[in-house]
Design a protein around this ligand. Structure first.
Ligand SMILES: *Cc1c(COP(=O)(O)O)cnc(C)c1O
Length: 846
């Protein structure tokens, strides 16, 4: 619902009973406000159910009930959406920010929309009056899984906070036809199933054909001289496609603000068809249409890994070009070709390097389309773009072949070369004669084939570069981007990630939310630092008892869910030890499994004095092309099979792989967890946000000094955090002389664990399948150093058990964790972005 008013849309005809002399003025809007009481929702629900959906009493599926209620809620969002839009328009062109992201991992919409509108209780009552169970209805909504993991979920939490903070921020992304695949597990192995999430339609989106943008691909460039004697570059003979926007309303928390998430869908142009059709080949014409529409067909399921596919570059350019043209189009409609104030009124935040081609595209639009000089365009670009880095892993750094650019985006290639020429002049001036540095910093990586370094393009084109946790930002400045930091220290800053407390506490854990509100009031929902007020209650025996009861109820709901969905029986008295996140070697699910095997070995050898029953839950998707990650899933499942079927083990230990981990699964999992596993190799996890969701819900963390774990421990204090493992410095140092085999020989427990794996105990009829796991663990060049942290991890797990056996102590620690989680709200994160980078003024709606 960005920027043009709707008033120019007029009715085709006006129907009246008598024919008046003069045509009456169309009065399509406004309507009286929609009611917010149960009776209003019931009436709207019935109307939607009967007429919009054409259902009758024969319909048993809760899906239609979900849709009927959603239509009623969506109508109420749209009312506020229009008001917000008008309020932003009235504020004579207030500054706006745009969050450009290839991923928005939104999850479900209905329960969050009801919470933010303040009709959650009312709607529950309304459904109850209709004989419907809200829980069941909410469960039938499919997840909008347009993201891989942390990066995409962060974008979703950010736009929730922007709306809650009344900031004029629009999210721009892609409307993938197929989102993140759904994961089946057969014979212990991941099987991917396509996620056709739009199959039953999507009631939350509104197609906006009036804002279609045209996107160029291919062709070549020509130089012309215009009337004023200026040289102009034309990008010609292109194969164009259309980008069609679909808008989703993003409500703030009970503040009347409803912002916009605008997702682009690729479509063929009419001429594209015609061109082929005139040549007489109908089939080719249809095929060409498909190849245009394929661009937004599927989300690439790689997390923290680039894969260099042409289609992915097309997606990235589509996002950048469509979004920039959209914003510039609105600008030009108000200011003509006067861009002097553009940078003061607009800011683009790039979520990782995925949309970094926007730097070159903004230059192209300003120079080629709007006639600005290079210097003017560059000044605007450099004052408009801001870049967030999300990882230090070399395998995730995007580099695109220059030859690919030459074919697909020839004009963009020229512009990047020119940006580089100007930039290298600046480097030369700063470090005369330092040719090595020049080669290191060049946007073009030389070699067998030339590549563009997209992170460098993003840094050079931006006025702000940020990491996502203190340690990560420090490592960027000292390592990966050191040269750039030395050149432009003022560009670099940190913005520690967060999660939205609306979804990740208020909505997903209503019972805990109610206890908190009853104790300290409800201000925490929009000012999470107020959770600090819970701290004194950690010493209150009666409060601790209630806290424990609420935690146990959440565990029971998780148990019921596992039973219902997967037929798995969990022991509620056990310690729920949870690691859910993408499967990746750096996240070290393997370290977790080594510990589980060690516990199993202790049971088998009768070392069970003072035993703590434990239920280890591991979940996550592997990138379909990441062989090692898929083998780790197989390993987890095989170990689980052996342990769970061993009568000697019984209730003492369970290992369960949670299939198809996703946002809606996490909403059940994080309230029911006792222990949160955040065990990445120090220096490898940029921030993590799963760690924050668990903490907020009262789970205790066992973790390394990595990413935001460091800040979590700072906030809650060392006494309430189970720390283990090498520090980032120690990892660096040890990498020069790491000898895992000798570590194994010196640790009897570890030796026994390795022996069990080596002797085929977990792959009796599948010889050799875990050899690659053993090889990687024993490799002196193992970058993840799993073996190095085994002993420290086992010792920390023993401290966990001691704490868990003392229920009073555990409850106290749980309360203190929740009380100390205030920093990790995206409201705090977004305030930091706004104060340091965007500088937007909040706009009050109504
Ligand atoms: C929060 C979240 C993540 C990120 O988890 P990390 O532990 O930070 O990697 C990934 N996927 C989903 C579905 C999430 O909700």
């Amino acid at each position: 619902m960005a920027d043009k008013p709707l008033k120019d849309i007029k009715p085709k005809s006006t129907v009246t009973t008598t024919t008046p002399k003069t045509k009456p003025k169309a009065t399509l809007t406004p309507l009286p406000l929609l009611g917010m009481e149960p009776k209003h929702l019931v009436a709207d629900f019935r109307r939607n159910y009967n007429y919009r959906l054409g259902r009758d009493d024969q319909s048993q599926s809760p899906y239609y009930a979900y849709e009927a209620l959603s239509f009623a809620i969506n109508d109420r969002l749209i009312e506020r959406w229009k008001k917000t839009h008008n309020a932003y328009g009235r504020k004579d062109c207030c500054k706006k920010a745009y969050y450009l992201s290839m991923e928005f991992l939104m999850g479900r919409t209905l329960s969050n929309a009801m919470l933010n509108l303040g009709v959650d209780d009312v709607a529950k009552k309304a459904m109850y009056n209709l004989g419907l169970e809200m829980e069941e209805l909410l469960e039938s909504e499919p997840d909008a899984g347009l993201g891989n993991g942390g990066l995409g979920r962060l974008a979703a939490c950010f736009i929730d906070s922007c709306a809650t903070l009344r900031l004029p921020v629009t999210g721009y992304g892609l409307r993938y036809e197929y989102g993140m695949f759904s994961q089946l597990v057969t014979n212990g192995e991941q099987v991917e199933q396509p996620d056709h999430w739009l199959r039953n339609g999507n009631i939350w989106e509104l197609e906006r054909p009036e804002y279609i943008q045209r996107i160029k691909f291919g062709g070549r460039t020509e130089i012309h001289t215009d009337e004023d004697g200026k040289t102009r570059v034309c990008w010609v003979d292109t194969h164009d496609i259309l980008a069609v926007p679909f808008d989703t309303p993003i409500p703030g928390y009970r503040n009347g603000t409803v912002n916009t998430l605008r997702l682009w869908k690729a479509e063929a142009t009419e001429e594209f068809d015609l061109q082929e059709f005139n040549a007489g080949d109908y089939a080719e014409a249809v095929a060409a249409k498909n190849s245009a529409e394929n661009i937004t067909m599927v989300l690439y399921p790689n997390d923290a890994n680039e894969n260099g596919k042409v289609l992915r570059l097309r997606q990235q350019y589509l996002l950048a070009s469509a979004s920039l043209q959209d914003v510039i189009g609105i600008w030009v409609s108000r200011h003509g070709n006067d861009f002097s104030e553009f940078a003061a009124k607009n800011c683009f935040q790039l979520n990782d390097t995925h949309p970094s081609i926007a730097v070159a595209e903004l230059m192209r639009l300003l120079i080629d389309v709007h006639g600005l000089s290079w210097d003017d365009a560059w000044a605007i670009t450099q004052n408009t773009m801001a870049y967030t880095n999300h990882t230090l892993l070399p395998e995730a750094l995007e580099r695109w072949s220059v030859n690919l650019f030459r074919q697909l985006l020839p004009r963009l290639m020229e512009i990047i070369f020119e940006i580089n020429a100007h930039f290298l002049e600046e480097v030369s001036a700063h470090w005369p004669g330092d040719h090595e540095r020049l080669a290191r910093m060049s946007l073009v990586e030389e070699g067998h084939e030339q590549h563009f370094r997209m992170a460098y393009l993003a840094i050079v084109g931006s006025y702000s570069v940020n990491g996502v946790a203190e340690l990560h930002s420090k490592l960027l400045q000292q390592g990966l981007f050191r040269d750039f930091y030395e050149l432009w220290p003022q560009k670099f800053n940190n913005k520690t990630n967060g999660v939205t407390p609306r979804r990740w506490l208020a909505a997903c854990n209503p019972e805990l939310a109610e206890l908190i509100t009853e104790t300290i009031g409800d201000g925490w929902i929009t000012d999470l630092s107020l959770l600090k007020k819970l701290e004194p209650f950690a010493e209150d025996q009666a409060f601790r008892k209630r806290w424990q009861q609420v935690q146990e109820n959440a565990k029971q709901r998780l148990v019921d869910y596992k039973k219902r969905e997967h037929g798995i029986e969990l022991n509620i008295n056990a310690l729920f030890d949870v690691q859910v996140k993408r499967i990746h070697e750096y996240k070290r699910q393997l370290l977790n499994v080594l510990h589980v095997i060690h516990l199993y070995d202790r049971i088998k050898r009768g070392d069970t004095a003072n035993w703590t029953d434990r239920c280890v839950l591991i979940g996550g998707k592997a990138a379909p092309g990441y062989f090692m990650a898929k083998r780790i899933i197989k390993f987890i499942n095989n170990v689980a099979h052996v342990i769970n079927n061993d009568p000697d083990v019984g209730n003492k230990l369970k290992l369960v792989f949670l299939a198809n981990y996703r946002v809606s699964a996490m909403e059940r999992i994080c309230p029911g967890a006792d222990l949160s596993e955040q065990i990445s190799t120090a220096g490898k996890e940029a921030s993590g946000t799963g760690n924050m969701k668990f903490m907020m819900n009262g789970a205790l963390t066992i973790g390394t000094l990595d990413g935001a774990n460091i800040e979590i421990r700072e906030e809650v204090g060392d006494d309430n955090f189970f720390l283990f493992g090498l520090t980032e410095d120690q990892v660096q140092e040890l990498s020069h002389h790491y000898d895992p085999v000798s570590v194994i020989h010196q640790d009897e427990d570890l030796q026994r664990v390795i022996n069990l794996i080596e002797c085929g105990h977990f792959n009796q009829f599948e010889p050799g399948i875990f050899d690659i796991i053993l090889d990687s663990l024993k490799n002196p060049h193992d970058p993840w150093m799993t073996i190095a942290d085994f002993r420290s991890f086992v010792d920390a797990q023993k401290r966990v058990e001691v704490a868990f056996q003392d229920k009073d102590r555990w409850n106290r620690m749980s309360i203190l964790n929740c009380a100390a989680s205030g920093k990790f709200s995206t409201d705090r994160t977004i305030n930091d972005y706004n104060n340091d980078i965007w500088k937007l003024t909040p706009v009050i709606v109504n």
